[in-house]
Write a protein that binds this ligand. Structure first.
Ligand code: PLP
Length: 354
């Protein structure tokens, strides 16, 4: 009997900013698989685990925050929620809004969001505005609209509610492993998730459920690495669209997570990201979207530079599902054979002996 009914109905509710009266708008998010990667462990000499956030209901970790944001929006009587998004936030907001019976307005950068994510927002009935600009432009407009109109902003910026939901990933990891890992690697775009994950580990330490904290290793794409360079990037550019952000809304939190934990913030190239993307699908059996592979790319980069001590226990967030961005997958190339429907032809194409 599966007794999991979503974050807000779980033991973790005590750490969410809700009251006993808050309604539960849930799609049974959370409780995602934590898989050991035998080949990454062998390659690095470490004990490497993958937290598969693409297994969330709309296919990314954004659902952890959205269940909280929509539950509270409904409690406060909001009729419309709004967000800026590189794709996954809009997919999640649209789904949770549909479930809650409220409208969702989503602002996305035209031509820069993966089709699967746009399709989710379409099918869940969101009002979609494709803006001729970057994600950062969408973010600015969403904030301005929320300040002047009766719409609730559900981006994680200034929305501690969503970050509180996203903290739960750290609770699940500690509960599964019995202790915090030595290192937690993850992709960084707008900065919310590294901030939330770090906050979750601290909450668990204070609650006595862990006795230590991990080092947080955040990885940005080289073409969109404002936190690495210490200044915004006007024209961010990476094929890993979920982290194509030039001016992260949760800048200070992301930097603090790296610094307070004794961790780091570093850049990886798109080539490294796509190599890791192929490796995850081909070796681990996990189809994660390109941005999700940045944490793996970063770990392998550290290893290649001789900057990785062996023996560490490492958890890597795989932030979203590979099915969201089939363009990226097919662009990356594939081979297949075409034959007639004759069994002998198919056998030949497969190289099977006659
Ligand atoms: C949102 C997102 C990120 C980046 O997370 P931030 O909180 O914006 O830093 C990374 N990967 C995926 C798949 C995402 O949806």
């Amino acid at each position: 009997m599966n007794t999991w009914h979503g974050l807000i109905n779980s033991d973790y509710r005590r750490w969410l900013p809700v009251t006993p009266d808050t309604p539960a708008i849930s799609l049974n998010e959370g409780n995602t698989p934590l898989l050991r990667s035998d080949h990454l462990s062998a390659t690095t000499g470490c004990d490497v685990w993958l937290k598969v956030e693409g297994a969330n209901p709309t296919g990314s970790f954004k659902d952890r925050g959205m269940t909280v944001a929509l539950s509270l929006a409904v409690e406060s009587g909001a009729e419309t929620v709004i967000c800026a998004s590189t794709g996954n936030t809009s997919a999640s907001a649209a789904a949770y809004a549909a479930r809650a019976g409220v409208s969702a307005a989503v602002l996305v950068p035209k031509g820069r969001i993966a089709l699967g994510k746009l399709s989710q927002a379409v099918r869940h009935g969101a009002r979609i505005v494709e803006i001729d600009g970057t994600f950062d432009d969408c973010m600015r407009v969403a904030r301005e609209l929320a300040a002047d109109h009766p719409v609730a902003l559900v981006n994680s910026v200034g929305n501690e509610l969503r970050l509180a939901g996203q903290r739960t990933v750290a609770y699940e990891i500690v509960d599964a492993l019995g202790e915090a890992p030595d290192v937690h690697c993850l992709p960084v775009g707008n900065g919310g998730n590294i901030t939330a994950t770090w906050g979750g580990y601290r909450t668990y330490l204070e609650a006595g459920r862990a006795t230590r904290l991990p080092r947080m290793w955040g990885f940005q794409a080289a073409g969109a690495a404002p936190l690495v360079h210490g200044r915004p990037v006007a024209e961010p550019c990476t094929a890993a669209s979920a982290i194509n952000v030039g001016n992260p809304a949760t800048w200070d939190g992301a930097v603090a997570a790296g610094e307070e934990s004794g961790g780091l913030m570093a850049a990886v190239s798109d080539e490294q990201i796509f190599a890791a993307y192929r490796m995850l699908a081909g070796r681990d059996g996990v189809f994660a979207e390109p941005a999700s592979a940045a944490g793996v790319a970063g770990l392998l980069d550290r290893h290649a530079r001789g900057a990785l001590e062996p023996g560490l226990r490492i958890v890597i967030t795989l932030s979203g599902n590979g099915l969201k961005d089939l363009d990226a997958s097919l662009r990356d190339g594939y081979t297949s054979a075409e034959t007639s429907a004759a069994t002998a032809d198919v056998a030949r194409a497969l190289g099977l002996a006659a």
